[in-house]
Design a protein around this ligand. Structure first.
Ligand SMILES: Nc1ncnc2c1ncn2[C@@H]1O[C@H](COP(=O)(O)OP(=O)(O)OP(=O)(O)O)[C@@H](O)[C@H]1O
Ligand SMILES: [Mg+2]
Length: 848
């Protein structure tokens, strides 16, 4: 969606200047946030915190946008050429075609935009806000983002989308992705400093401000809302769409379009030359040459594409609670042959419970759990994370109340790419100060003073627990003077033990994996967890991994042919693996729900997120699943195949019969002393085709289409249309011969109106045949009621037979055809149908 509206940039948010205290005072708020009454009053005064959608473009603008479509542009050029040689008939025919396609397309897009906007609204999230009842104590609660008001005090944690423009009050290790506003791809550090340094690049560079539309990469913060709704920077910049590379869909459609456009541009000069060489004609054949080029255009392509995808998306939303945020993503879903998933929260429920706490020798040791809990409690207190992560929650649940007797000095939580969390404490019985480190076993051991032999033994102990399906965290400690501030990079720790967790598999995961495998999609698991834990989780779900690798291994980036587990992935590893798979020619989907999945979601052809994914992940995804029900992915893939199957049917039918007509026109142009078709007849014929082909948007492709990934592969396509286009041209030429025989002798072809009527009838009848016989994946063997395509084809045939003798036919300079012609035409069509079926069977044998 382009930015179609230019909102005046809001004045500098004056209320964000000054110290945190000054800002709070100016906003008439305090560190404890607002009361419910204040918030309600402000909501009424300021309005909802929603970015006003991109204003729906006006109709003329929409139609103008259609002109940017390459086919429309070429058609308009051809119209100009015709007008230049004063061939008004041809020019107006072309303009009518363009008008019809633009209006239909604009209608379709309008409808699609509206429903997509409504669907996007469904997935907007919540923010953690401090509010209190009048006289009561403040409480952090989840409030819909739309209900935020200036003065609200909010908490931000990793993965949160910044819900409004805010002034930081406190921040720890906070880095923020501002890419949606600035386009920069690395997170920038933010801090709550009261004396902000000189901004190096305008207000966006100010460290104490965060802006709506950015996402928290690491760290945490408390902040006061300064601006909401239309007054935010984000609304001003209006960069709703993020730039992204060509999707699989764009690549195929562009590939096919450009080959056709090259043909279209080559055709007129070729026709002119052929006519000059064979018939000695000059520029007077130009209008005809242009008409031939026009005949090649699939002018309904944008209409069919939009309608197929929008319909598919609407059905998915209605029946399976799946929301497609970007229409072409539905096509890409149909083409997905590799799906990468993260483990935690996707294949498993991410509701871990502590199973055991072990000392280094492997014996149960409640002390380990106690210290893990003390560490966790103080990390949460000091880092002010809005919510503990699932592992931390499990530890606190298992250990009960702990920690108050000590004094927390500092904490560095874990984050994307950082698999340990550190807390520094002092207090009764703790000596000069204690550093506690908890995290992934390898990462903790790296920082421990242990002999290589002992390290191997401890790794094996952890691997044994992981192999039984548990998630494993290690704990290590050290005594340090609290003034020693090297917390982020601890060394020489003492290893204290392991805490293991059970995380039950997600209920629908096994079935979803089975369905996907059945649909020909290979599933790889890319996880930050231990390889043994991940491998076991896969097996428990009935997915036997063909390989288990570490992301740091040399070949970690290349999952094999079968399902592969790549463990200990950083967020960058996940994205790199996805990009590698795409480069190897796969169409890749990525399913994940965490901050560590965002880069991969962006790198994939289709990013899929569950609805309860963190804000930044939901923003990065193209497809949002309803509940935790993973089987919806299978339905979404099938819906994608359904839509692209119909688009493929349209393209096959249209392009092959267009090509056939063009070849026949060329031949007829050389054989006949008059134009093989009048401009008005070209128009009526094309309109009939266009109308009938809309039926493809409503079609239900054969089950065979839904069983395999459906890409629109330009090369296979062009081969197909060459073969069937040639066949179509042969049928046309046979019709010319039949016409000559039916009317006794070659002179018969001198009667213009007879030729025009005969060819019109034949064209519509062959088109009807082709529609029925060349639909994607539909063999003759399958007998079902006449779907929409069958009915449209029948209507086309009836028009073809009945139009010439009517007054409309007369107005188009057509005439009644003799009975022998119809009989012979019947024979030609019968043969053509047989040839089509045979050629199709042959083609399918060769290109299974
Ligand atoms: N609260 C925590 N405290 C300490 N270490 C943690 C904590 N949370 C996670 N870790 C460590 O960091 C590792 C990586 O976590 P990350 O979030 O990248 O992936 P994950 O949740 O294990 O798996 P997935 O990538 O499948 O979601 C975890 O496996 C764990 O060892
Ligand atoms: Mg996860």
């Amino acid at each position: 969606m382009a930015s179609d509206t230019a909102h005046p940039a809001p004045a500098e948010p004056a209320s964000a200047d000054g110290t945190a205290l000054q800002v709070l005072r100016r906003l008439d708020s305090g560190p404890r946030g607002l009361t419910d009454t204040e918030a309600a009053a402000r909501l009424a005064a300021h309005g909802e915190n929603t970015v006003p959608g991109v204003r729906t473009p006006s109709w003329p603008r929409r139609c103008l946008r259609g002109v940017r479509d390459p086919f429309t542009a070429v058609l308009l050029c051809l119209a100009l050429v015709s007008a230049a040689v004063a061939s008004w008939g041809t020019a107006s025919v072309i303009l009518s075609l363009v008008a019809v396609s633009c209006v239909l397309r604009a209608t379709g897009e309008h409808r699609a935009d509206r429903s997509i906007a409504a669907l996007r609204g469904l997935v907007s999230g919540t923010a953690t806000v401090l509010r209190r009842a009048d006289g009561g104590a403040e409480r952090a609660r989840e409030v819909p983002v739309a209900e935020l008001v200036p003065g609200d005090v909010i908490r931000l944690g990793p993965g949160d989308l910044v819900p409004a423009d805010v002034r930081l009050l406190r921040a720890r290790g906070l880095t923020v992705h501002q890419g949606a506003l600035t386009g920069e791809s690395v997170p920038v550090p933010k801090a709550a400093a009261d004396v902000p340094g000189t901004p190096h690049d305008g207000p966006l560079g100010q460290a104490h401000l965060c802006f709506q539309g950015s996402g928290v990469a690491t760290g945490s913060a408390t902040a006061v809302v300064v601006e909401t709704g239309a007054r935010t920077r984000f609304a001003a910049a209006h960069r709703v769409a993020r730039p992204r590379g060509d999707s699989a869909f764009d690549r195929s459609v562009h590939g096919i379009s450009w080959v056709l456009i090259r043909f279209m541009l080559l055709t007129p000069p070729l026709v002119l030359m052929a006519n000059a060489a064979v018939r000695g004609r000059g520029l007077e054949t130009l209008p005809f040459a242009v008409a031939v080029a026009v005949g090649l255009t699939p002018e309904m392509l944008p209409v069919i594409v939009t309608t197929c995808l929008a319909r598919g998306a609407a059905l998915l939303a209605r029946h399976h609670d799946v929301i497609v945020k970007r229409l072409p993503a539905l096509h890409d879903l149909g083409a997905v042959d590799v799906l990468c998933v993260d483990k935690t929260g996707t294949l498993t429920q991410d509701r871990p419970v502590v199973a055991r706490a072990l000392d280094p020798s492997g014996r149960d040791d409640p002390d380990v759990l106690h210290w893990a809990a003390v560490h966790t409690w103080w990390t949460l207190q000091l880092a002010e994370l809005p919510a503990p992560d699932a592992l931390d929650e499990a530890i606190l649940d298992a250990a009960g109340a702990v920690g108050e007797e000590y004094d927390g000095v500092a904490a560095v939580p874990c984050g994307p790419g950082r698999r340990i969390a550190t807390a520094v404490l002092r207090g009764p019985g703790l000596g000069i100060g204690t550093v506690l480190v908890k995290g992934a076993v390898e990462d903790v051991l790296e920082r421990c003073a242990v002999s290589p032999g002992e390290r191997e033994r401890l790794l094996a102990l952890a691997a044994r627990e992981a192999g039984a399906g548990s998630r494993v965290l290690a704990l290590a400690t050290a005594e340090r003077p609290v003034r020693d501030r090297s917390y982020g990079d601890e060394r020489g720790l003492a290893f204290r033990g392991l805490v293991t967790f059970h995380d039950a598999p997600a209920p629908s995961a096994a079935e979803a994996l089975r369905t996907l495998t059945g649909l020909g999609v290979t599933v790889h698991v890319l996880t930050g967890d231990h390889p043994a834990t991940a491998a076991r989780a896969c097996r428990d779900l009935g997915l036997e991994p063909a390989a288990v690798r570490l992301a740091s291994d040399a070949d970690g980036a290349v999952p094999g042919a079968g399902p592969t587990v790549v463990a200990r992935c950083t967020p960058e590893d996940k994205a790199r693996i996805v990009a590698g798979l795409r480069a190897a020619g796969h169409t890749v989907g990525f399913l994940g729900d965490g901050v560590n999945d965002v880069a991969a979601l962006r790198a994939a052809d289709v990013g899929i997120v569950p609805r309860d994914a963190v804000g930044v992940a939901r923003e990065a995804g193209d497809v949002v699943l309803g509940d935790k029900d993973l089987t919806a992915i299978g339905h979404a893939v099938v819906a994608g195949r359904h839509s692209s199957g119909n688009i493929a049917s349209y393209l096959r039918v249209t392009l092959s019969s267009n090509l056939g007509n063009v070849l026949a026109m060329l031949a007829a142009g050389l054989l006949l002393p008059f134009l093989p078709m009048l401009p008005a007849q070209v128009l009526v014929q094309n309109l009939c085709f266009d109308g009938a082909q809309l039926a493809f948007a409503l079609d239900r492709p054969a089950p065979a289409v839904l069983r395999r990934p459906t890409g629109l592969r330009p090369r296979a396509f062009l081969r197909f249309i060459t073969v069937f286009g040639a066949l179509n041209a042969v049928a046309d030429l046979a019709t010319f011969a039949v016409l000559a025989i039916a009317l006794h002798g070659p002179d018969a072809l001198d009667d213009e109106s007879v030729f025009h009527s005969a060819w019109f009838t034949e064209n519509l009848l062959t088109q009807a045949l082709v529609m029925v016989l060349l639909r994607t994946g539909r063999g003759l063997a399958e007998k079902r009621g006449p779907g929409p395509v069958g009915k449209a084809a029948a209507a086309l045939a009836v028009i073809g037979l009945l139009l010439p003798p009517t007054p409309v036919g007369a107005a188009l300079h057509m005439t009644v055809l003799p009975v022998p012609y119809h009989l012979l035409l019947g024979a030609v069509l019968g043969l053509y149908a047989l040839a089509l079926v045979a050629a199709r069977a042959r083609y399918e044998r060769r290109h299974p």
